[in-house]
Design a protein around this ligand. Sequence first.
Ligand code: HEM
Length: 401
Amino acid sequence: MDECPHTVSTLPTARQPGRPFDPPAELLDARRHGPISRYTFPNGKPGWLLTGYDLIKSVLADSRFSSRKELMLHPTIDYGGIQIPPAPPGEFLLMDDPRHSRYRKPLMGKFTVRRMRLLTERLEQITADHLDAMEKAGPPADLVTAFAKPIPAIMICELLGVPHQERDSFREQVDAFMDAEADDEDVMAAYTTTQYHLAELVAAKRAHPTDDVLSDLTDSDLNDEELKGIALILLAAGLDTTTNMLALGTFALLRNPDQLAALRADPTLADRAVEELLRYLSVGKTFMRTALEDVDLGGRTIKAGSPLILSYNTANRDPERFPDPHVLDLHRQDGGHLAFGHGIHQCLGQQLARVEMRVAFPALLDRFPTLRLAIPAEQVPLRPEIADIHGVKSLPVAWDT
Ligand code: HEM
């Protein structure tokens, strides 16, 4: 096989100044050199960085590339010689089939388009309650804490059957164990506490089933340990992602006044707007896979055991797939973004996330016709690039009263 001309030595750590929605310049540069680059992992292991849409999509559909946790290397962390354990029961994002499908299958019917549409009314109510509270408190408000965090959190807690009085503490624990800037010890402590509370929740559902996803699953052949893992993955995968789409999405709309005006003028544009924001923002930036055997890919031989970084955000900005990829265009017709992934791990909660965004964005814009940033755009604090999910730490907004 021929030599790969391009090598990326460290995964970029920052967005370009003034371009908070665009992938880091080094990643875009790598894509310009071709869809695949060499990448050496912090422990010295040679691997690959994939930045092109077609190549990433083909890897996601290919069972020769694994998602198993024990095979994964983090692109920026040197674990030294530590052997990573396999994913605990139920945490199926980091498993291959058939282990993965044992957990995903019983869940699929619970997150269908139809089921999620039935939630619309409830979502409208939750959204309206939060907008009422924002309006009552008056400007300025932090859109993250007032709106983007609580709405997805209430929804996922209701679906899982987390009792009302425990929702805030669940959300805080999940926030704490997903905090990329926190000490390892604090992250572990929050993770252990969440596990403990989920074990209690599972036991409670088994003893007294209620009308929710977790109670339904107690009817399957999954044991308590497995149910706890499923609940954990739903919380971890469903909270940060949707929260950051809502907050960063609002920021992007406010920075693109023509698009904002188009959406205000035509609320039926909401479905398409959500898809375009998903593509444009790609809050889930990179995911990992490991080759299980030698594979020829894009003219290169990927050796068995090689780790791959899949850059979903550059795939969604690939000029060979999306014309004018760096333009936010809510009227864009070419769907097929990879913001929810592709293949067997494609986002289980995508219909829920869609319904949440389709309700929340138009309701927010409708309630505050003069919504604007309360601080200069360049001062909006971004999440650090080491965080798995891109977004803003806070989004101060104001409006005319
Ligand atoms: C998987 C993105 C919301 C649950 C994924 C993957 C992506 C993703 C990219 C695939 C990861 C991979 O390829 O390895 C997003 C985005 C969301 C969102 C951008 C919000 C806008 C949600 C919600 C839930 C959820 C609300 C929960 C109900 C999951 C689960 C998986 C997953 C369980 C693992 C699926 C599997 O391994 O079979 N998500 N997600 N996600 N997501 Fe989401």
